[in-house]
Unconditional design. Structure first.
Lengths: 291, 152
């Protein structure tokens, strides 16, 4: 098994020794020890460890501030906060700063190893799994259902959009996903594109009237069909994940900001002759236990 | 629309919010709504599946969202609805809805909840149902949270 290097930041040498002891007989190895904020930043740059454990109280600064520094140097740094207190405000601050997990002192050895394993594996596996097994099949289903519903040929694009918020201008259909992983999907288009799309779905002639509300209903129904197909496909592949789709919600307006905070998300665009139909799919993963 | 789902929400709010430092929590009016609702500025949607299906939309102004986030952060002043405030409101919606799910479980409804979708803007509208649905107003230390719910 590959060795995973851990940098331990703690002003107490005893804590460091205890944590190092816990890592014995695992594939995690303490690569170094930093006793204050300044050393933590220096040693992070020297070792580029896979994971950092960060004590909350350091003699020359606090753990959150130090984490911010490190995350500025490397936004992908994986930091576990270890503190004597477990209070919500601290966690929210830590989470906003980009700290991935929280542990309370005294650290339980099993919980420590589990947290390290989850954090490390999540990083390598989750992204690949989400892209290969969750997002790429969706691109195909999106393209196929788009054609079946409207006859439109979509030129498809997939991009990863971690922590990138986006704006809906027009109409967006929001569908919650429950199970493992939980998440949410937003399918959106400008009103012009949505209305054209609805006319195709409903097979209307040029002189048939279509109200904006009826167009929205058709758009919503199409989104529901598309995602229903996707979810049943996922459940065929992952039999125990119990993925389910919540009923749709609709947002309408201009410049509606939809936040992607803390979600692993992907954007899928179908470029068609009537304009772009866009989709954002975001997964929360399984790291919600730390609250 | 089913009034038996009102109490699980009120219980969730009166249980969770005092733990986060909120003091005065009162229930305002209960009404019904049809079609789309105007967003007050910040609207968080959470979906329900399994034996109770539907959506809930927590609706509030940006000012209220900032004040609520500030209380959650031990009174840290928050003027802009920035990333930290967004994260706090997302977390709040998550905690409340998870508590609702627990309350529903004690009524023998097995439910699962989705990740919250936080939407933000001026003058947009949100529709959670084609049918009439319930709106509960809650006053949290002088800040209004409107809970729009369509569960069945």
């Amino acid at each position: 098994m590959k060795e995973v290097r851990v940098l331990i930041v703690d002003d107490s040498k005893i804590s460091y020794m205890m944590l190092t002891k816990m890592l014995e007989k695992t594939n995690f190895k303490a690569c170094d020890y930093a006793k204050n904020s300044k050393e933590a930043i220096e040693k992070y740059q020297i070792h580029k460890p896979d994971i950092i454990t960060m004590d909350m109280n350091l003699p020359d600064g606090d753990g959150i501030e130090t984490s911010r520094h490190i995350l500025k140097l490397d936004p992908n740094a994986k930091i576990i906060m270890i503190s004597a207190m477990k209070d919500v405000s601290l966690m929210l601050k830590g989470r906003a700063a980009g700290i991935r997990s929280f542990l309370q002192k005294p650290v339980d050895p099993n919980e420590f190893i589990d947290t390290l394993s989850l954090l490390y594996q999540n990083e390598i596996n989750m992204r690949t799994i989400l892209e290969e097994s969750y997002s790429k099949p969706l691109v195909k289903i999106f393209q196929r259902e788009l054609f079946k519903l409207s006859g439109l040929q979509g030129k498809m694009m997939l991009e990863e959009t971690i922590d990138t918020d986006f704006d809906v201008n027009g109409t967006g259909i929001i569908l919650g996903l429950t199970g493992n992983p939980s998440g949410r999907i937003v399918i959106y288009a400008t009103d012009t594109t949505m209305i054209e799309f609805a006319r195709l779905v409903l097979n209307l002639d040029d002189d048939d009237d279509l109200s904006e509300e009826a167009a929205q209903d058709a758009f919503e129904e199409a989104a529901n069909i598309l995602m229903g197909n996707y979810v049943s496909k996922l459940n065929d592949v992952f039999k125990n994940n119990e993925i389910r789709l919540a009923p749709p919600g609709i947002i309408t307006g201009t410049k509606i900001r939809v936040l992607n905070t803390k979600l692993k998300s992907f954007k899928i665009t179908a470029k068609t002759r009537i304009g772009d139909l866009e989709m954002s799919i975001g997964f929360a993963g399984r790291q919600d236990e730390w609250m | 629309m089913d009034v038996k789902f009102v109490n699980p929400f009120i219980n969730a709010i009166t249980t969770v919010l005092p733990q986060l430092g909120f003091i005065t929590i009162t229930r305002g009016k209960l009404s019904t709504r049809e079609k789309a609702m105007p967003s007050l500025g910040v609207t968080v949607l959470v979906g329900f599946t399994k034996s109770v299906r539907g959506n809930v939309a927590y609706n509030m102004t940006k000012e209220s969202a900032c004040k609520i986030a500030s209380t959650m952060m031990m009174g840290m002043p928050i003027v802009d609805f920035d990333e930290m405030a967004q994260s706090a409101i997302s977390e709040l919606s998550n905690m409340l809805t998870a508590n609702v799910a627990t309350n529903l479980a004690s009524m023998d409804f097995e439910v699962d909840i989705s990740t919250p979708s936080l939407t933000l803007g001026d003058g947009f509208s949100v529709k959670i149902s084609d049918m009439p649905y319930l709106v509960i107003e809650m006053n949290i230390d002088g800040n209004l949270i409107e809970i729009n719910m369509d569960l069945h």
